[in-house]
Ligand binder design. Structure first.
Ligand code: PMV
Length: 337
């Protein structure tokens, strides 16, 4: 067995936005249904990790140059989980400097990008010691959706007969299946509110265990995945968009109907949805919304529509966003490196 030795690495992992939502788990961080996402370009976590051999596990973490106990404890838990599978990981002192390229609490899932970054860094540490490590599983054990961030463009997580080699353990790259101008998809993120989330995704997933609509949700997600899969193969924005919006609204419908019911949408979220649909009907341009577990809206459209969509967003939608953070202009990106 290779002796432990000092190791350092720098990784960058982007955020991703789900078009088919993962909501509800089974087993050890395995998804109740398959999900499909687009990895972003600009919104990312950058992490430098220096691991020094030590008797016991220790973690020191700086976020934006400042000691951050909450993130340190979360990171430590993630490492402990992985160390139960790979004991070597418990024999290091980790010095971690991490930073997000997007505003904290902007509603962009920083847990996905940060867990992907940490998972990738730790898998590299093991590989440097001659051990085999699955970065996707490592990321997933920190935050489920993180495993999709390792891949660029479109990634699918969860076993489905639609995709050979698909797995509940990690995500797979499905870009070869995607045609038309989906590859250059623009994602403009409208920050409606920067308030801390009232519902952690852990709690949200747990609510699905006893949810009255759990079975129906599963069937819906599988049907939506099939429809989206077909649309992606034929470059059909209208069909894809219908599914994407249905997934976003269904995610929130599940939260409304949970015990206790959770309302994360803000009045301005609803106003943005209304305006987007009106603009789409009038302009006939393919612009669709999706929303994660929060009030902020992701606007998805092909690069070819950008020239006409941008003035609409600036003039009609920005008044409904948080004045300080407002908007992030992002697009499909390349995955973790
Ligand atoms: O990866 P988690 O546990 O933060 O859950 C992500 C849940 C959603 O963002 C709402 C949907 C998804 O698939 O990303």
């Amino acid at each position: 067995m290779t002796a432990d030795r000092e190791f350092s690495t720098f990784v960058r992992a982007p955020a991703n936005i789900a078009w088919i939502k993962y909501w509800g788990k089974k087993g050890p961080q395995l998804p109740a249904n398959p999900s499909l996402s687009l990895t972003l370009k600009e919104c990312a976590t950058e992490t430098e990790l220096v691991a020094t051999p030590a008797k016991d596990l220790a973690v020191e973490l700086f976020f934006d140059g400042i000691h951050q106990e909450k993130f340190r404890d979360k990171t430590r838990q993630h490492i402990e989980l992985l160390a139960a599978l790979h004991p070597r990981l418990a024999r290091f002192h980790y010095l971690i400097r991490t930073h997000n390229t997007f505003p904290h609490s902007s509603g962009i899932a920083s847990s996905a990008s940060s867990s992907a970054a940490l998972g990738l860094a730790l898998s590299r540490l093991l590989e440097a010691h001659g051990e085999v490590a699955d970065a996707g599983s490592f990321a997933r054990l920190g935050s489920g959706s993180a495993c999709r961030s390792l891949h660029g463009g479109f990634a699918l997580w969860g076993e489905t007969p639609l995709v050979k080699g698909s797995s509940d353990l990690h995500a797979v790259d499905v870009n070869a299946h995607v045609h038309g101008d989906f590859q250059g998809t623009r994602d403009t993120v409208l920050i409606v509110s920067r308030r801390e989330k009232e519902l952690s995704s852990r709690l949200g997933h747990a609510q699905m265990d006893q949810h009255p609509y759990a079975q129906g949700r599963n069937a819906q997600a599988l049907g939506n995945l099939q429809r989206l899969w077909k649309a992606l193969a034929s470059g059909d924005w209208a069909s894809a968009g219908e599914v994407i919006e249905n997934e976003a609204l269904s995610l929130h419908a599940l939260m409304f109907a949970a015990h206790p019911g959770v309302v994360l949408l803000e009045p301005n979220t609803l106003e943005i949805i209304r305006l987007v649909r009106m603009f789409r009907a009038e302009s006939k341009l393919p612009i669709y919304f999706t929303i994660d577990a929060g009030p902020n809206v992701h606007l998805l459209y092909p690069a070819s529509a950008q020239l006409k969509v941008e003035p609409f967003i600036r003039h009609e939608l920005l008044p409904f966003t948080d004045q300080k953070s407002g908007v992030i202009w992002d697009c499909a990106g390349e995955g973790a490196s």
